[in-house]
Design a protein. Structure first.
Length: 43
């Protein structure tokens, strides 16, 4: 959220759609920094 300057709901939508790669550990989603960089450069 902080790196992309978007809201929580938008982040969850990106995670559900598979646009943003993440690993779910328990109840937390861990988004690797490289996944965020890839998302930004793909736009």
């Amino acid at each position: 959220m902080e790196m992309l300057h978007i809201g929580r709901t938008t982040v969850y939508e990106l995670l559900k759609s598979g646009t943003l790669y993440s690993v779910k550990i328990g109840k937390k989603y861990i988004v690797p920094k490289q996944s965020v960089v890839n998302f930004i450069t793909a736009k």
